[in-house]
Design a protein around this ligand. Structure first.
Ligand SMILES: [Zn+2]
Length: 161
């Protein structure tokens, strides 16, 4: 799942990081001969030489989750632990057993979404300042014409009723 801002120039998601540092860019699954399901990550080719064929690796190799954005921003990360007793929300260790999907736990996604929204605030504020500056510039361009049209400082006397 990903999130897009109003301007469409930022898209955030929780990236799944493999044990060799590669970032999975998708996931899939397949049924083994014995009927069980194997969860897989789609990984870019080693060395990043596109358009070589992507590699499918076991979701057991997901070792970390990082909140990410297409602008290059990276936020908090969470370590994956495969034994429940190793998990610690305070220390950023999240439980996802072997054989399971590689997705982050739901509460991690919620925290990540909040953090991603926060990273947009300076961007949103500077966009608002840019809009205000453009409005001021337009008004300054119009100002001489307004003076010409109405004359400088025409006094208006309120009329009594
Ligand atoms: Zn961004």
């Amino acid at each position: 799942m990903s999130w897009i801002n109003d301007g469409g120039d930022h898209e955030g998601w929780v990236a799944r990081i493999l044990d060799d540092g590669r970032e999975a860019h998708g996931s899939t699954s397949r049924r083994r001969d014995d009927g069980s399901v194997e969860f897989l990550e789609l990984a870019p080719p080693v060395g990043g030489r596109w358009p070589e064929r992507e590699e499918q690796v076991s979701s057991d190799r997901v070792c970390r989750w990082v909140v990410a954005c297409t602008c290059g921003w990276r936020g908090s990360s969470w370590e994956r632990v495969t034994e429940l007793h190793q998990a610690s929300e305070v220390e950023g260790r999240e439980w996802r057993p072997l054989g399971d999907v590689g997705d982050e736990p739901q509460h991690v996604e919620e925290i990540a979404h909040t953090e991603w929204r926060r990273h947009l605030e300076p961007h949103d504020a500077s966009a608002a300042v840019s809009r205000a500056a453009a409005a001021v510039a337009r008004n300054q361009e119009l100002w001489p014409f307004l003076l010409d049209a109405e004359g400088p400082f025409t006094e208006v006397t309120p009329t009594a009723r």
